[in-house]
Design a protein around this ligand. Structure first.
Ligand SMILES: *[C@@H]1O[C@H](CO)[C@@H](O)[C@H](O)[C@H]1NC(C)=O
Ligand SMILES: *[C@@H]1O[C@H](CO)[C@@H](O)[C@H](O)[C@H]1NC(C)=O
Ligand SMILES: *[C@@H]1O[C@H](CO)[C@@H](O)[C@H](O)[C@H]1NC(C)=O
Length: 423
């Protein structure tokens, strides 16, 4: 909920800026529809719900330093002329590379495109915005926090970051698990491989399946055109990122496959599983000295089955003694199993773990595989006294009928006998 408000706020801010820039522009230039030289025309693309019919409502945003300087008193970062990180020729080549990636690897994605000063390059941005799938455009200022990126889309969600300064994105990935889209597809253009590595190892990055990165490679032959190293995060296959492709002389040297399935075979990685003795979900089998030989029970069975199917190795861990699942401290941190999970010290937690509303905000639950039923117990009526037992087989009315019958039979027979004698 709060993410949505934050995004709304950011959009409001962008439009306010736009409106002020617009009014200034119309005062200064005689023909407001034609921007002066050096202006960068950028479309702000609204998210899908605003679209109706076939076309789209786009707004042209003039991002020009001349404007902001004229206003005066603006923060320093806006007064600086952007210093693009690529030469013109390199930019053309990079834009071709990104268009290829978006067309081939993110064809079915709704895309959020974010860029900072280093990539305020019309050759790149305009080419990308000509594609049908960018839905939002975000200009990342150096001193600004990135807004939360999790948003709703009926199809795959893509995020393309063109950043000279990765700090805002790294900050988001390290601190805002609530605002991170773990199942989105990320393409990050960063200054160096080390930056991409840092992203892949951040709190959120290390649990995100699809992060691809591109870093400029310094070519030895002093080629005019930029060549880019293409990397992907390894998730559980290893630490950080690995180079998988190269963009050179206007094409990829290998077939493009940025987002392979990294989850169905974890290649034997050791995953740490936190659990504790809690029957009947988790039994501990100990030897005479009390040492745990192995664990079993429903929950352990689920973990073992998963480890076989997904090809990982299990290492069991225990929460501190007596803390069990743990509870929330006043300062917001957690103890016990929840603490270990929330601090990313372990990968999986099992042990009769209920779904509760507070835990849902911290954990990513599996589908429920076990259920428990709570019920009330009440004392039953005590058995009847023995002397009543004889009367119990029949109801009162039946007994009445029997006695009535007995009493009536004698006189009736007597009367019948008398009548027959007279006869
Ligand atoms: C664009 O916006 C205007 C006013 O908000 C609206 O009347 C029009 O239908 C929109 N066009 C499209 C194609 O969505
Ligand atoms: C599981 O991972 C190991 C280690 O990478 C690999 O040798 C093995 O072939 C994998 N098993 C399956 C069934 O893929
Ligand atoms: C929060 O409080 C607990 C105990 O009350 C303490 O162990 C823990 O270090 C505290 N955490 C932080 C981040 O202050």
């Amino acid at each position: 909920m709060s993410n949505r408000w934050l995004l709304l706020l950011v959009f409001a801010a962008i439009f306010a800026l736009l409106a002020s820039a617009d009014s200034l522009a119309s005062k200064r230039t005689s023909d407001p529809s034609k921007p002066p030289d050096g202006y960068l025309k950028i479309q702000v693309v609204r998210p899908r719900p605003d679209f109706q019919g076939g076309g789209r409502n786009a707004t042209v945003l003039d991002l020009d330093d001349g404007e902001t300087e004229a206003k005066g008193g603006l923060p320093e970062f806006l007064e600086r002329k952007p210093r693009p990180v690529l030469t013109e020729e390199e930019a053309v080549s990079f834009s071709r590379m990104l268009v290829t990636i978006l067309k081939k690897e993110m064809k079915n994605c709704d895309i959020v495109l974010a860029y900072d000063d280093g990539y305020r390059i019309p050759a790149i941005l305009q080419e990308l915005l000509r594609l049908p799938n960018p839905r939002k455009l975000i200009y990342v200022r150096p001193s600004e926090e990135l807004p939360g990126q999790a948003w709703e889309s009926s199809q795959c969600r893509g995020y393309v970051y063109l950043l000279q300064d990765l700090a805002p994105l790294l900050h988001l990935a390290d601190t805002r698990q609530d605002a991170w889209d773990f199942s989105g597809k990320f393409v990050v253009v960063a200054p160096t491989k080390a930056h991409l590595e840092e992203l892949a190892l951040s709190n959120c990055g290390r649990k995100t399946e699809n992060i691809a990165g591109i870093a400029k490679v310094r070519s030895e032959e002093r080629e005019r055109r930029a060549s880019g190293g293409v990397y992907m995060n390894l998730l559980y296959w290893g630490a950080g990122v690995a180079r998988i492709n190269t963009w050179k002389r206007g094409r990829f040297t290998l077939p493009l496959a940025l987002f392979p399935d990294k989850l169905s075979n974890l290649r034997g990685v050791v995953l740490e599983v936190v659990t504790f003795e809690w029957e009947p979900s988790v039994f501990y089998y100990r030897n005479k000295d009390g040492r745990v030989l192995f664990r079993y029970g429903t929950d352990i069975g689920v973990v073992n089955a998963l480890s076989q199917v997904l090809n990982f190795t299990v290492a069991f861990k225990e929460p501190p003694k007596g803390e069990y699942w743990g509870r929330e401290e006043e300062n917001g941190s957690w103890s016990g199993m929840m603490g270990k999970l929330s601090r990313n010290e372990v990968d999986i937690g099992v042990g009769d773990l209920y779904m509760t509303i507070v835990r849902v905000g911290i954990l990513d639950y599996t589908a429920p595989y076990d259920s428990e039923l709570s019920c009330f117990m009440a004392r039953t009526e005590p058995p009847l006294p023995r002397w009543q037992a004889l009367a119990f087989p029949f109801q009162g009315f039946t007994w009445l009928a029997i006695f009535g019958g007995l009493v009536l039979t004698g006189p009736v027979l007597y009367l019948l006998a008398r009548a027959s004698n007279c006869w």
